[in-house]
Design a protein around this ligand. Structure first.
Ligand code: SF4
Ligand code: SF4
Ligand code: SF4
Length: 305
């Protein structure tokens, strides 16, 4: 069984479902949302992150690299050739300014994750919490691994939430359905052309999987990342409302306002930040969109979450 890379095991999380939770963030996602706050979680591979703002150009990493992947440029900063770097991490200990980091080095066996989760079981019981499997995208990881993890957590009586973008094999949803208590399910937009533009893939798979869950008794919580100039207009939200009412029902909805936290990670990964010109929706706009859902019969709508 292939052990997936884990970005972080976050204890005492209160933003990823009910109560106090342990959130496990897996690395790898097939989507590429412009506004992704965790771009280091998109690739399934280990990656080097480098903070040019802290780099003094001392050159110690140049000497430390056994693969000659680093040079110090005329701008006074280290530059690493992505094609040559094998993410071995040998340079990390030599940087006096902690500019360099490798993400995606942690891999846990199922039993190790279950043990970590069990350490806080008393907090889950007191708060109505549990474990949230997130990402990146947890549902695109090895399905044998994910099913065993969910089965064992379920056997221990731990509440399980899955935080998913919906772009993963239907078979994995089918396998995990018996063990999962809550599905935190992202919808971004219904319009196919804009979905492909801003997210990189068709929404066919996302909607098919959501309908499967809705028709098979899953407890759903719809989460809508809400981004100015992308989907915070009435037309986009009404399309989501109409779709949910006709194909899914009226589950709880969380409207998640876009924020720019995470934009510096793009610099550290050496990637362009496509969302630079996107707008943070105003509080008034968010309240208006919440009202839109309420007016259409949804009775559990929250901003944030
Ligand atoms: S991670 Fe390894 S290969 Fe990459 S720059 Fe550092 S020492 Fe060189
Ligand atoms: S060791 Fe650190 S500070 Fe020195 S050049 Fe390399 S990245 Fe920059
Ligand atoms: S679905 Fe989530 S993890 Fe994947 S690219 Fe979009 S925001 Fe990032």
């Amino acid at each position: 069984m292939k052990l997936p890379a884990v970005i972080n095991v976050q204890k005492f999380s209160v933003h990823d479902g009910h109560g106090i939770r342990t959130s496990i963030f897996f690395k790898g996602c097939l989507l590429s949302c412009w506004w992704c706050h965790n771009p280091e979680s998109q690739s399934f591979d280990r990656e080097l992150m480098f903070d040019p703002g802290k780099c003094t150009g001392c050159g110690l990493c140049v000497k430390a690299c056994p693969h000659d992947a680093v040079t110090v440029g005329e701008d006074g900063h280290a530059h690493t050739s992505k094609g040559t770097c094998v993410t071995c991490g040998a340079c990390l200990d030599w940087c006096p300014n902690e500019c360099r980091e490798i993400v995606g080095t942690q891999r846990y066996a199922v039993d190790e994750l279950v043990q970590k989760a069990l350490e806080d079981q008393q907090f889950y019981e007191r708060s109505g919490g549990g474990v949230t499997l997130s990402g990146g995208e947890c549902m695109i990881q090895d399905s044998d691994f994910m099913e065993e993890l969910c089965r064992k957590l379920h056997f221990e009586g731990i509440d399980i939430a899955i935080d998913t973008c919906g772009y993963a094999p239907l078979g994995t949803y089918r396998r995990l359905l018996p063990y999962v208590d809550t599905w935190l399910y992202d919808i971004k937009m219904i319009d196919e052309e804009r979905h492909i533009k801003y997210i990189g893939r068709s929404n066919d798979v996302v909607l098919r999987n959501l309908e499967f869950l809705a028709h098979n008794g899953a407890s759903l919580n719809i989460r809508i990342p809400t981004i100015g100039t992308v989907n915070d207009d009435d037309e986009s939200m009404l399309a989501i409302i109409e779709y949910l009412k006709s194909h899914v029902g009226m589950p709880p909805v969380n409207l998640l306002p876009y924020h720019t936290t995470g934009s510096s990670k793009y610099t550290r990964l050496g990637r362009p930040y496509l969302a630079r010109d996107l707008q943070v929706p105003s509080e008034e706009r968010m309240e208006h969109l919440k009202d839109l859902f309420l007016q259409h019969g949804f009775d559990n709508v929250q901003i944030g979450g």
